[in-house]
Design a protein around this ligand. Structure first.
Ligand SMILES: [Zn+2]
Length: 445
């Protein structure tokens, strides 16, 4: 669970934020350089035959890539305790500016570097699905999003008021070495959850996007109160949720009754249009000019608006759905496969639907709602919800579904939502529903 706030740092804090983001890049690059040098040395030794003429194991030892050993190595290095530690002008050893920053910036960066290397080696061993992962990139200033993470290293059982990351008042969050940092927006909910012991902050991630710094508080939340988990007035029949074209998504139950229709595509379209305008304005500027800098800022801000608008709309929809339904059926979206879609409204609702399923899955877990995921090949749009006839072809532009067999005429998205609501894991859709015992079931248990 994550709470995100925009922050309003003072001049001093702003400098420290930039330093921390720089320290993260520095630490990650330190580890990558070390590992790369080690790999190169070993492969060079492996290729050059020894005196006896046979290929032998390299004499340079391989490094441990664990986060734990990375932390230890970097701590020793920055504190001047390693053989290869820096020697400063005044004769002291170690990283001179290490005390200005929270030590956790270095430790979390070490863990991140270890994780990136683990992804790389898992991919090389063939243990990782998806696109192959190469050797992690070195973090160049200006190329990577400025960001760093701090853990809330608190002794278990100690009051939240003693934690290194804590709210000092309704609008200020204390971060180690930063002191109280001003936050934008209402913090009442998260403060209340922390106060009641219902939310424990694990870490704070601070990120700069489009010139604005935000902090994300990540942690574990206690289960919702039983009353919120088991509402008595929930819809008993499974509810199917389909992405709409005119609307964000359309929900209907297995009896064919429309459940809810969430608008919002128009708002998204408007945001998208201003994004396009900002993009074109950027293209007209001269590289390196002040105008280009301004156009870049404008583009980034517009982009942020699009993302925030979509997130807001999708949060509303997902909340309404988990509040009212007991069983939700969604499509398994092959998100990577549908990124390119020339139909603007369609691609917008595709993107929103990907976010919606993500939110539905975690919110459903809190509220004790069951979410079933229909397989990707289930013909939810092409099946007639009246008689079960499956059309071989259905154009995207066809707004209504008209059945040749039972002469049903129904809104296309509504038809798809009804079919989803009736989806069963073994393939065929049926009006009589079996007990929920499917392998794809993502329930609360
Ligand atoms: Zn029909």
């Amino acid at each position: 669970m994550t709470f995100q706030f925009a922050i309003d740092p003072n001049a001093e804090q702003r400098i420290l934020l930039a330093k921390c983001a720089g320290a993260r890049r520095y630490t990650v690059n330190h580890h990558l350089a070390r590992v790369k040098a080690n790999l190169d040395a070993r492969s060079a030794e492996r290729e050059s035959p020894s005196e006896s003429g046979d290929l032998c194991e390299p004499s340079t030892h391989s490094l441990s890539w664990s986060g734990f050993s990375f932390i230890n190595e970097f701590n020793a290095w920055k504190n001047g305790e390693s053989e290869d530690s820096l020697v400063n002008d005044d004769g002291t050893r170690g990283l001179a500016w290490r005390h200005e920053l929270p030590g956790d910036v270095f430790e979390c960066a070490s863990v991140d570097a270890a994780r990136a290397l683990e992804n790389f080696s898992a991919s090389r061993r063939g243990e990782r699905s998806g696109t192959p992962v190469g050797f992690p990139r070195f973090q160049a200033k200006g190329k990577v999003t400025p960001s760093f993470r701090l853990r809330n290293r608190a002794t278990p059982g100690r009051a939240p008021s003693s934690h290194p990351i804590r709210f000092t008042d309704p609008s200020h969050l204390r971060l180690p070495k930063f002191g109280p940092v001003k936050l934008f927006g209402p913090t009442r909910k998260v403060r209340r959850m922390i106060y009641l012991g219902r939310f424990h902050v694990y870490s704070a991630t601070v990120t700069q996007r489009a010139g604005r710094w935000t902090v994300s508080l990540t942690g574990v939340a206690a289960e919702l109160h039983q009353a919120a988990r088991s509402r008595t007035n929930r819809h008993a029949v499974p509810v199917g949720v389909d992405r709409g074209i005119i609307s964000l998504c359309v929900a209907a139950d297995a009896n064919g009754v429309p459940f809810e229709c969430f608008e919002g595509v128009k708002t998204l379209k408007q945001a998208q249009a201003s994004l396009k305008a900002a993009n074109q304005a950027l293209a007209r500027t001269t590289p390196g000019s002040n105008g280009r800098q301004r156009a870049k800022v404008r583009l980034a801000k517009t982009h942020r608006t699009v993302v925030n608008t979509r997130r807001h709309l999708v949060h509303q929809a997902s909340r309404a759905l988990v509040d009212r339904a007991q069983v939700l059926v969604i499509e398994d979206l092959n998100v990577a496969g549908m990124v390119r879609n020339r139909h603007l409204a369609r691609s917008l609702s595709d993107a929103a639907m990907g976010e919606l399923s993500r939110q539905l899955l975690y919110k459903a877990r809190w509220h004790g709602v069951e979410v079933r995921v229909a397989d990707r090949y289930f013909p939810s749009s092409k099946t007639c919800s009246g008689c079960g006839e499956v059309k071989t072809d259905l154009d995207l532009s066809t707004r209504t579904y008209s059945c040749g067999t039972c002469s049903l005429v129904i809104d296309r998205d509504l038809n798809a939502a009804i079919n989803l609501a009736r989806w069963r894991p073994n393939g065929t859709s049926a009006v009589t529903l079996p007990a929920p015992t499917c392998a794809l079931l993502l329930s609360t248990a």
